[in-house]
Design a protein around this ligand. Structure first.
Ligand code: 3HC
Length: 295
């Protein structure tokens, strides 16, 4: 059963006020998870349109939990009331932990970290959900890099247990410990790994997805056959092309670029077919079309 939050926020592993920057798939999932655990969540969005769409999507997701009998209507109302949305990063001033979940673009993330550093209290933790960018480089624009680490959730946040924790060479020991206690209290299973592009999961997953795309690109196999092979032959919940569509082909391409920039290995280079699909706006499930159709 879902935890039932009360209107009065409560501390979770010593944290009460959480900030989330970005209301995409990951940011929205993390905000919802925190709200369901009784935390006070401030969600900072970049586009004014998200001021209306982010609460609407949160309400729809909570309603699905109620419909499945996993959450009471009171729990839904409390979780909804626990999340406030705004466009000003300055509103995150009183947050004890801020999770950055903006687009996988280093320039955008650096700008967010630089601003957050000036806004929050000196003992607040700044976390990034980047998949493949350097946490150390993000920490480089922060006055006290000891407070920065990677906290990498997986999609769907509500379903998948793993959180990769990525301290840099400069992260304070106490920051690692507090982050580990926090994600454990959220019900997740953390693994702590070093700051290398892709960490563990994407360093292994992305070359696999790219290899599957190359099978389709070369005409060796259809997307349907590749997916069926891995679903029926290896018991994966989704074949690699369905999974690439689910992650978003733009996100897969961005992670591949970052992995390739660090490793220079051909296995990390985005196949031209992937790049062309992204340029064409064929982004997978979210655009209605990817290797499969979602019309
Ligand atoms: N929010 C909440 N619950 C969700 C959900 C969501 N977004 N999506 C699915 N669920 C729940 C459903 O409610 C259902 O719960 P129930 O069985 O208790 O009713 C359960 O998950 C199964 O969902 P469905 O029956 O709808 O569908 P499937 O059985 O096909 O499961 C899936 C869907 C959970 C997405 C499954 O296909 C899966 O695990 N796929 C692999 C996902 C994966 O590998 N993600 C990692 C991507 S990599 C990443 O995130 C890192 C990044 O850096 C790229």
């Amino acid at each position: 059963a879902e935890p039932t939050p009360s209107r009065a926020t409560r501390a979770l592993a010593g944290f009460t006020r959480i900030g989330v920057v970005g209301s995409g798939t990951m940011g929205a999932g993390i905000a919802e998870l925190c709200a369901l655990n009784g935390l006070d969540v401030r969600l900072a969005v970049s586009r004014p349109a998200s001021l209306e769409s982010a609460p609407r999507r949160l309400a729809a997701s909570l309603d699905r939990r109620v419909a499945k009998g996993r959450l009471t209507p009171e729990g839904r109302d409390a979780a909804l009331a626990a999340v406030s949305v705004g466009t000003d990063l300055g509103d995150l001033a009183d947050r004890e932990l801020v999770v950055e979940a903006v687009v996988e673009d280093e320039a955008v993330k650096l700008a967010v970290f630089s601003t957050l550093d000036k806004v929050v209290e000196p003992d607040a933790i700044l976390a990034s959900t980047t998949s493949a960018l350097s946490i150390t480089r993000l920490a480089g624009v922060v006055q006290h890099p000891g407070r920065v680490l990677g906290v990498h959730f997986f999609n769907p946040v509500a379903v998948l247990d793993l959180v990769e924790l990525i301290p840099t060479l400069l992260t304070d020991e106490s920051v690692c410990r507090r982050a580990e206690e926090f994600v454990t209290a959220l019900g997740k299973k953390p693994v702590t790994v070093g700051d290398r592009s892709g960490f563990v999961v994407n360093a292994l997953l992305i070359p696999y997805l790219l290899a599957a795309i190359r099978m389709v690109e070369s005409g060796y196999s259809s997307a349907e056959s590749v997916d069926q092979a891995m679903e029926s032959g290896c018991a994966h919940p989704m074949g690699p092309l369905k999974l690439a569509d689910f992650i978003g082909l733009d996100v897969v391409a961005a992670i591949a670029e970052a992995l390739h920039a660090e490793s220079r290995q051909p296995l990390h280079a985005p196949p031209p077919l992937l790049s062309r699909m992204v340029e064409a706006g064929i982004l997978g499930r979210k655009s209605g079309r990817g290797f499969h159709s979602y019309a």
